[in-house]
Design a binder for this molecule. Structure first.
Ligand code: SF4
Length: 196
């Protein structure tokens, strides 16, 4: 199933979910880390009354994901609000557990790309990550600094990380979904942004 159909499959409401007694959801997001190195003006992270900057206990994560798998959950994203690579060692442990121990069929991530370094990306892909998406929400240097409220160098660092991640995927035969066609278009746009 292509990634577009996957997104459609979790946004449409099937008949079995239109009743008083519901089955487990097929797809779940779990916030491993609730912190972020960006300060995007549109992000709900800024609306929290208290920002604790705490990471989830790995044993709690293992217990709830095991129960979710037994209940029928098929997809887990290791992020909700917050940047998914804020604690990469924890992220690697979580992905490894889900793919090797409980055989979760589909594990996915979205990242703002700035701290998704090649070393961690390679380890996490090798652990079995099924999908890695990049979140880029600005079309110019000025817009990036205004909306993300951080230095433009983070964008440039992120662009290098995205290119490295693509090369790791290709060189090692690792096959997480990367939205291939859109990815190439995004890289072209990012290269233009880099030169402005
Ligand atoms: S990068 Fe994502 S999680 Fe971080 S502030 Fe921006 S929208 Fe929120």
């Amino acid at each position: 199933m292509g990634i577009t159909q996957k997104i459609d499959a979790i946004t449409l409401i099937p008949e079995e979910y239109k009743s008083a007694t519901l089955p487990a959801p097929k797809s779940v997001k779990i916030e491993l880390s609730n912190s972020c190195n960006y300060r995007c003006g549109f992000c709900a992270l800024r609306m929290r009354e208290k920002q604790t900057n705490q990471d989830m206990d790995i044993n709690l994560f293992k217990r709830i994901t095991t129960e979710m798998r037994e209940a029928g959950v098929e997809e887990i994203g290791c992020f909700f609000l917050g940047e998914s690579f804020m604690n990469p060692a924890l992220l690697l442990d979580a992905v490894t557990f889900m793919k090797k121990e409980i055989e979760m069929p589909y594990v996915f991530l979205t990242s703002n790309m700035s701290i998704a370094t090649p070393q961690w990306v390679e380890s996490i892909m090798a652990a079995g990550l099924d999908s890695l998406k990049w979140s880029v929400n600005a079309f110019s240097k000025e817009q990036f600094e205004n909306i993300m409220d951080v230095k433009y160098k983070l964008f440039l660092r992120g662009l290098d990380n995205v290119k490295a991640a693509w090369e790791i995927r290709e060189e090692n035969g690792l096959r997480p979904d990367f939205m291939r066609r859109r990815f190439i278009m995004m890289i072209i746009r990012l290269m233009r942004l880099r030169s402005c």
